[in-house]
Design a protein around this ligand. Structure first.
Ligand code: C2E
Ligand code: MG
Ligand code: MG
Ligand code: MG
Length: 287
């Protein structure tokens, strides 16, 4: 009986694996056509200054709606785009589009645009040149762009490659482009290591935000406060991600956290709605 059950389990496992592969190859096929078919767009989510309630920047987030189909979330298609290498072209499309769309917002309101970069894209030999070239082509000041990277991207390929990439980020920074460390707290996050990375902004992951108002909130708040203060003492700014309640925003504001992002302020929205948001009054309910 045990053997039969074991066999069954294997069969079920195989089936799931095959279904996943099919899913993966369908997504890959769709992605191959998506750029040329104009199926990508960017949504923007404001990064809010907690002291003033004003918009400090907007984060560009990729959206994919296959023709005649439903939108597929980035958490589903980005890993496939990474596996197939398609993320490189898609990533350059996103940076190009973000710079084009954000130029007006920067000119009128002085806000920056922050763009996610993938590990594959970051390891491209021409990464630095391509970023600079896109900025020049759109006549966007370098300090109007922030690139979001993660620690795992920097650590993925061994010390020599890490050093090469750190050098490239440092060089971009020296030219005025800002670097943000995304999803901070989910990876290997060594606080000591932070000192050596060429970053300007820490983005504290959403998994730290919910506990701020949960049962263990004392410990959660002490922890977040320590990160915010350490970052400040290193000259870094902090964005807390996933702020969904007025209470969370208040807690963060009182601990001196400068910036926040989340559904409380706005979900990611299409570019034309960003214009309306930028004209509207700042958020007051965070006070
Ligand atoms: P991320 O860069 O950490 O982006 C934040 C994610 O959290 C976004 O999901 C955003 O919609 C979501 N979010 C924002 N506020 C809240 C909140 O209050 N509550 C909750 N529950 N979620 C919130 P999204 O747009 O689905 O993107 C997921 C991830 O996909 C991003 O995480 C980023 O890693 C990746 N991604 C998105 N666009 C790009 C891109 O152009 N290039 C690359 N390489 N990756 C991208
Ligand atoms: Mg991000
Ligand atoms: Mg994040
Ligand atoms: Mg991320």
């Amino acid at each position: 009986a045990a053997k039969a059950a074991g066999k069954n389990r294997v069969a079920v496992f195989d089936y799931t694996l095959r279904a996943e592969r099919l899913h993966h190859s369908e997504i890959a096929a769709g992605l191959r056509r998506a750029l040329a078919a104009g199926e990508f767009s960017l949504a923007y989510q404001p990064v809010v200054d907690l002291a003033t309630g004003g918009i400090h920047a907007v984060e560009a987030l990729l959206r994919w709606t296959p023709a005649g189909g439903r939108s597929i979330p980035p958490d589903v298609f980005i890993p496939v785009a990474e596996d197939t290498g398609l993320i490189v072209d898609i990533g350059w499309w996103a940076l190009e589009q973000a710079c084009a769309e954000a130029k007006r917002w920067h000119e009128r309101h002085g806000i920056a645009v922050t763009v996610n970069v993938s590990g594959r894209q970051l390891r491209e030999r021409t990464f630095r040149e391509t970023v600079m070239e896109i900025l020049t082509r759109h006549a966007l000041p370098r300090n109007a762009l922030t690139l979001e990277v993660t620690e795992s991207m920097l650590l993925a390929t061994g010390p020599a490659e890490t050093q090469r990439i750190v050098g490239i980020l440092a060089d971009l920074r020296a030219h005025g482009v800002r670097i943000a460390l995304d999803d901070f707290g989910t990876g290997y996050s060594s606080l000591a290591y932070l000192r050596t990375l060429p970053v300007d902004i820490l983005k504290i992951d959403r998994s730290f935000t919910t506990p701020l108002t949960g049962a263990d909130h004392r410990q959660a708040r002490a922890f977040t406060k320590a990160i915010v203060e350490l970052a400040a003492s290193l000259g870094l700014s902090t964005v807390v991600e996933g702020v969904e309640s007025v209470e969370q925003a208040g807690v963060l504001q009182r601990m001196g956290c400068p910036l926040a992002q989340g559904y409380l302020f706005s979900p990611p929205i299409p570019p034309r709605e960003v214009d309306d948001l930028l004209r509207a009054t700042p958020w007051r309910h965070a006070a």
